[in-house]
Design a protein around this ligand. Structure first.
Ligand code: NCD
Length: 331
C-alpha cells in the first residue's frame, strides 16, 4: 500500500491537523448528509492520520480533556475497538458501554440512556444500534456530537469512508473506477453507505446478489444490478464482499449455504472475471466458505487487513473533524 507522508514537512505531528477549514457538521449519522467536498476532506484528513499509527509513539493530544463514550447496543469487536483506539490515540478519555452491562437490559429506554449519558457531559457519543434511525433520534436528545457506528440496515458511514480510503491508497484514485458490491445487499448498512459514498465520487457501482437479497429500489442507488456473479465481476477494479447476515434476514432468503457459496461465494474461478489488478475487500466479520473462499480472503488480491488499518485513521479523522478545538474555538 502507498506510504503516506507525515503530517507536515518537518515530520512533527501537530495536535490538530493544519490546513483544514472547520468542519461544518456536528454529527456523522449518514453519508447522505455529506457533500462531495466533505467526503473528500474527511479522506484527506484520514490520510494525514495514517502515519500516526505507524510511528513508535502513536499519540496526539488533539482530544486531550475530551470524553468519548462508545455506546454499543449490538455486539461488535472491530468497530468498537477501532473507535476506542482512535479516541485514545488522539488523547481522549474513552469509555466503553455495551448493552450487556447497561441498564437497557433492565428496561431503560434509548432516550433515558441518552439523557443519563448526556448528564455526564461527554463530548462525543459513538453509537451502534440494531434499529435504523435510532442513532439519529439519539443525536437529537443529547448536547454532544454523535457518530453512527451502524444503525440497523440503514448506514455505517465510517465503514464507507475507510473502504474509500483503502481504495484510494491502493488505486491512487476513486473516481472512474468500477466497484462491485456482492452478497447480502438487502440487510447491509455497509452496502448502503458505500453506494452513497461511491456514487457521490463518480464511481461506477455494481451490486451482485440473488434477487431475494436485493432491496426494493436498489437501481436508484447502484449504477448496475446483477444476479449473475460471473457477469457482474467482468472488468471490475474492486470487489467488496458482504457477510451473509443471518441475524437480520427474516426467514430463509437462500436455499442453502452450500448453494449460496456455489453461485455467490468469491473463489478464484469467479475472480478471474475481474481486472488482473483487482482488489478484494470485506468489512468483516467474514463467513469463510460462505461468501468467500479462505484462499481469496488470505490471498494476494485481498486488502482486508488494510481496511482495518484505514479504519483507525478514518475514525481519528472523523473525531478530529467533529469535535471543536480544545481551546473552545467554534467549529
Ligand atoms: C459490518 C457491520 O457491523 O455492519 N461490520 C463491521 O462494521 N465491521 C458488517 C457486518 O456485520 O457484516
Amino acid at each position: 500500500m502507498a506510504q503516506s507522508s507525515p503530517a507536515n514537512a518537518s515530520g512533527d505531528l501537530p495536535g490538530r491537523l493544519a490546513g483544514f477549514p472547520p468542519f461544518s457538521q456536528r454529527h456523522l449519522i449518514s453519508i447522505a448528509d455529506l457533500a462531495q467536498h466533505e467526503i473528500v476532506e474527511l479522506l484527506d484528513r484520514a490520510e494525514r492520520m495514517i502515519p500516526v499509527s505507524r510511528q513508535e509513539r502513536k499519540s496526539l493530544s488533539t482530544l486531550s480533556g475530551k470524553t468519548q463514550i462508545n455506546l454499543f447496543f449490538e455486539p461488535s469487536t472491530r468497530t468498537q475497538s477501532s473507535f476506542e483506539i482512535a479516541g485514545k490515540r488522539l488523547g481522549a478519555l474513552v469509555v466503553n458501554m455495551s448493552v450487556r452491562t447497561s441498564s437497557v437490559t433492565k428496561g431503560e429506554t434509548l432516550i433515558d440512556t441518552a439523557a443519563t449519558l448526556n448528564a455526564m457531559r461527554p463530548d462525543v457519543l459513538v453509537v451502534r444500534h440494531s434499529a435504523a434511525g435510532a442513532v439519529e433520534l439519539l443525536s437529537q436528545k443529547v448536547g454532544c456530537s454523535v457518530i453512527n457506528a451502524g444503525d440497523g440496515a440503514h448506514e455505517h458511514p465510517t465503514q464507507a469512508l475507510l473502504d474509500a480510503l483503502t481504495i484510494r491508497q491502493h488505486k491512487g484514485r476513486i473516481a472512474g473506477l468500477t466497484v462491485a458490491i456482492c452478497g447480502d445487499i438487502a440487510n447491509s448498512r455497509v452496502a448502503r453507505s458505500n453506494l452513497l459514498l461511491l456514487g457521490a465520487l463518480n464511481v461506477r457501482t455494481r451490486v451482485i446478489a440473488p434477487k431475494t437479497l436485493l432491496p426494493a429500489g436498489i437501481e436508484q442507488l447502484a449504477t448496475e444490478v446483477f444476479t449473475d456473479m460471473e457477469e457482474g465481476l467482468k472488468g471490475v477494479d474492486v470487489v467488496m464482499m458482504l457477510r451473509l447476515q443471518h441475524e437480520r434476514a427474516n426467514g430463509k432468503m437462500i436455499p442453502s449455504v452450500r448453494e449460496y457459496y456455489r453461485f455467490y461465494g468469491l473463489d478464484a474461478a469467479k475472480l478471474k472475471n475481474a481486472k488482473p489488478d483487482v482488489i478484494v475487500m470485506h468489512p468483516g466479520p467474514m463467513n469463510r466458505g460462505v461468501e468467500i473462499d479462505p484462499a481469496i480472503a488470505d490471498g494476494p488480491r485481498s486488502v482486508i487487513t488494510d481496511q482495518v488499518e484505514m479504519g483507525v485513521a478514518v475514525r481519528m479523522a472523523v473525531l478530529d473533524a467533529l469535535l471543536p478545538d480544545s481551546n473552545g474555538a467554534p467549529r
